[in-house]
Design a protein. Sequence first.
Length: 668
Amino acid sequence: MAGCVRVLPSYVVLLLLQESVEWRFHRNLYEYKTYGAITLEIFNIPSHPVRVNINSSVESSSSSCPLMTVKIFSSQFGIPVVRREGESFPDKLFVSKTPVQNITVVSTNQSVVWQLDPVKPGQLYVMAILPRADTRIKQKGLQLECHYYVNLQATVLYYLDTDIYQLGFNRTHEVSLVAKSKTLFRYVLCISFKVPVDAKSYVVELGGCGLEQCPVNASVSETLGVSMEDGSSRVCHWVNGSCRLEVRLCFHKLKISCCCKFAILKLRGWSAHRLQHPSQCHTGVEFNASSLKDNSKNYVIIPYPQSGLWFVSLVAQCFHTDTGTGKEVLQPCKSPITANVTIRLSPCIDGGCLKRGVCKLFMESDLLFSACNCFSGWRGYGCNDGSQADDATLEIIGVYLLTLSNLCFIPGIVLAIRRRFYVEALVYSYNMFFSTFYHACDSSEIYQLCILPYNALSFADFFASLLSFWVTLMVMARISQGLRSFLHMLSALFISLGEVYNRHGLMEQLMPIAAGVFILLVSWALESYKRRTVFPSKQRLLWYILPGLVLAGAGLIVSLAFQTDSNYKYTHSTWHVLVSFSIAFLLPPGRKQPDSPASLSVQSGDITRQSVVGSQEFNASILHAHDAGTPDGALEPSSPPATPRNSREVGLMLLNRSHSRGSQNLVL
């Protein structure tokens, strides 16, 4: 409990006991991309508040992060409706004329003290907005990720109920005013009373003081804050033994200072249950409707309306056309006027966002509210601000670029089939298909075609892209077919797991590629060691592999270094073209047939011979048993057959007969 001493000129020194309540919050800040990307806190202000002090600071996750300027707004009329980054409001949208207080805080972790006065009992909304720092699309894990946080410490000072005199409406009260010092001749009293919500005005009468020459100063306000002493004081003059003060505004806090220590107070209200005329409604919204067909309907949109009682006041005015001047002249209405008034609650603007966005629900500080997520550069509360919207023609061109650029996979698919890389051709075809329809669903919110749920298309696109890299590296590696099949299945299992876990993560994308490059380099090194020369050949490295790597590397650089929200459709299409064309250079020569017609393969250790000889040489080199003329039918020849002239001392030769239908293989 704390004491608050107020010193008023030539008034008594009044001591009112105050209490304070304090909240502390540490919250994340979000880059402002949509109208709902805000950080919101709600404070419950107790009765008889004096003022609210807010200590604010903004910090970043790293000292290397760029400095950001954060706007913090406060309002007691619901979520603050302000022009965020200069956005315009939709037509027919009513924005409260009550100014929204705000401060600017820089992310240097230095505190900025903010005093709110006056403040009313109820809910206080504090909203922070972090501007978008960079439009580049950053690869998660590759660049420094900066996060920003706001720290709020709110302290509310308020008077205790026991120190505030409560008046009843339309009742007379006897009030004693006691001074702290007998040498001073003025007394101060703080009074609180409740005014009916539909009252038009009220009258405060002061009597029983007995000193008509002593003027009474009264300050009226909705709060007991310092604002009661700043320009709101009114002098109540004595007439016939009483002081009468009429208040037309619905204030419900009264501070009275006079020179007597005993007074009789009466609070009297003004045919209550009578509302103000619309012309006297300075803080509300006003609009007109006419009986003419073209103007027979009118409406107003009130964003994030404050909870409580709302009043609608209707006034009918009738006109006739002056035959002489042709102007509309006001005249009394001769018959009752019927007006149909419809009031309804809906998210965003009638549940939509003018067909330029989608209405989404957000949860902040246990408050569920709606906001528009706008398409294609449209901004504002209702996606009504087209100052930064994309051109419709460019939007369509971007969609075609992102989808049709995937057709550049066709040359690689055809080449893979011709070289009998059927598994690789299947993966490239899968990649082309799902990348095409993923971008047909994702590249534009206005022109889109989704053949599957978005999450399924996204998974298939990321999975196929990584799998295409993997099978290309494996077909380039010098490994056996059995090992290659095993590694294909292993990679499919782990790539799918990584994509489900975090398909945008850097490690989930780099690990399969890094593992494939490692296997490729090891296989090339072993092959080079066996051959005692560089493998692949220098010619293939220079004319095929190097251009393929340059194309893939260029696509990677364009995607990571130059890709932004505005040029995404062009840079990502370039990525599609460069990577798909690199396949044509990186695929190795076609696989040899296992059994080739009219050929013979003989392997014995490290010796491999292939020979095709004419049938005459074949017949001359074979000695048949019945031609040898051996005695007693012996099978052994009398002398070895003559060596063929083209044998060159080969230990064993197998020849194809010219009339043979198939090939003959022998492996030793």
